[in-house]
Design a protein around this ligand. Structure first.
Ligand code: FES
Ligand code: FE
Length: 437
């Protein structure tokens, strides 16, 4: 375990809503994050639609570690460190595929789909048959699923995924529920987009946790008709005539968070898709199904959130971003885009085009966000800049009591409109796990 003691350093002050810039730029803190956060927490690694058949595999990441998500010959899922037990070579160099075994390209140690070391060249003449194959299988993480999302964790002492997600689990269930609230599944489209950002990995995670305050930086995008509503605005729900109450929901003990909008009774959900006939027809059926199942609860429309530490979800575009750390000053973003598996092809195509306009390296909205994070990081790394903490005190002390919230917020603390309560919850959890409180 890394030995640094962080209790004496003023890194996160939840009482005053202050966060030190050191936590975004200090290499020693970054190294401690790998030990204390990424090696102990559950991390999203993929979706069942990527590994449906025996032998299917896809590469993924857990913090800095390259991992391999594999469906074994019997249909069980595994997450392995993608590093040969002999001398560390990546046993799989492909992004995805189907295989009966993984033969290491360096010296040929060969692992089966359950991660067992199955064959070793020169076993008799080189190792004199003394190598215990059973001891040298791939390093394996714990793995668990919720509604098709696949998560992994290195630490045997961490509570199971259900308990670890706590009351925030409902956001993941809601995200992976198809629009008609029926039994169908989402499916991943067009692979995973991956690109590099010159900023710390926490900028994106924090922004998606609850930053309803930064709309000004998207002013130019809001002039365009970016969404399938046909009206100006980047969100499809911008076109709904009734105005909702925006809500941020934070879960104090876990650092997870969600964002959404509570609409008045009888609101016109379908104007969100009015400009595209195929989408309108699909969502007309879908929303009727959703309303039949959820009743009053359908008035709450989730917008997104962040599952601590580095998974952010966007309901409006059904996409997930992972903010992978690559050193304190570099983040690798992986974006996953989902569509309802049984939706008509025209619907899938419209949703795909919408999300590409909005998010990812070509997304006009995400480009605004990335510019903010890149330049905020660059302007925060100097000797003088690092002496001055970030201000995250908006709404501090004005949190609503639990009990008056929408159904999805059970167990959380709700704040309406703009606030920074979700970000404070995120950094409080960061500080707890880092031993800095
Ligand atoms: Fe894999 Fe040597 S590093 S077989
Ligand atoms: Fe934004």
């Amino acid at each position: 375990m890394d030995p640094i003691d962080l209790k004496t350093r003023p890194l996160v002050d939840p009482q005053r809503g202050l966060v030190s810039r050191e936590i975004f730029v200090d290499p020693q803190l970054y190294a401690a994050e790998q030990e204390r956060i990424f090696a102990t927490q559950w991390l999203f690694v993929g979706h069942v639609s990527q590994v449906r058949r025996p032998g299917d595999f896809v590469v993924s990441r857990m913090g800095e570690e390259p991992v391999l998500l594999v469906c074994d010959v019997d249909g069980a899922l595994h997450v392995f460190l993608n590093s040969c037990r002999h001398r560390g070579m990546q046993v799989c160099r492909y992004d995805q595929g189907n295989a009966t075994e993984f033969a290491c390209p360096y010296h040929g140690w060969t692992f089966d789909t359950k991660g067992r070391l199955a064959a070793v060249p020169a076993l008799r003449e080189g190792y004199f048959s003394e190598l215990e194959l059973a001891q040298w299988g791939l390093v394996e993480a714990r793995v668990a699923q919720i509604k098709g999302s696949i998560w992994a964790c290195w630490d045997a002492a961490t509570p199971d995924l259900d308990q670890w997600l706590g009351d925030a689990r409902i956001w993941i269930e809601e995200f992976f529920t198809v629009p008609d609230a029926g039994a169908g599944e989402l499916e991943l489209i067009a692979g995973v987009q991956k690109w590099t950002l010159p900023c710390n990995w926490k900028f994106g995670a924090e922004n998606f946790s609850g930053d309803n305050y930064h709309n000004v930086s998207h002013a130019s995008v809001d002039q365009l008709a970016l969404s399938p509503s046909g009206k100006a605005g980047r969100h499809q729900y911008d076109a709904i005539p009734q105005k909702p109450v925006l809500q941020n929901i934070a879960y104090a003990s876990t650092g997870h968070s969600g964002r959404g909008a509570l609409y008045p009774p009888g609101f016109d959900f379908l104007s969100a898709y009015a400009a595209v006939p195929e989408l309108h027809a699909y969502y007309q059926r879908a929303y009727a199904g959703r309303e039949a199942q959820l009743g009053e609860r359908a008035r709450f429309v989730p917008h997104g959130g962040t599952i601590f530490p580095n998974m952010s979800f966007s309901n409006g575009r059904t996409s997930i971003a992972l903010w992978h750390p690559v050193g304190p000053e570099t983040c690798e973003v992986w974006r996953y885009y989902f569509v309802p598996q049984h939706a008509p092809d025209a619907v899938k195509d419209h949703l795909r085009r919408y999300v590409i306009r909005y998010q990812g390296p070509s997304g006009l909205t995400e480009e605004d966000d990335m510019e903010n994070w890149n330049l905020a990081h660059r302007a925060s790394r100097g000797t003088i800049a690092r002496r001055h903490p970030y201000h995250m005190a908006m709404g501090l002390g004005h949190e609503m009591a639990t009990g008056s919230e929408p159904w999805i917020a059970r167990g959380g603390t709700v704040m309406e409109g703009v606030s920074e309560q979700n970000q404070r919850g995120y950094y409080r959890r960061w500080a707890e796990l880092m031993g800095a409180l």
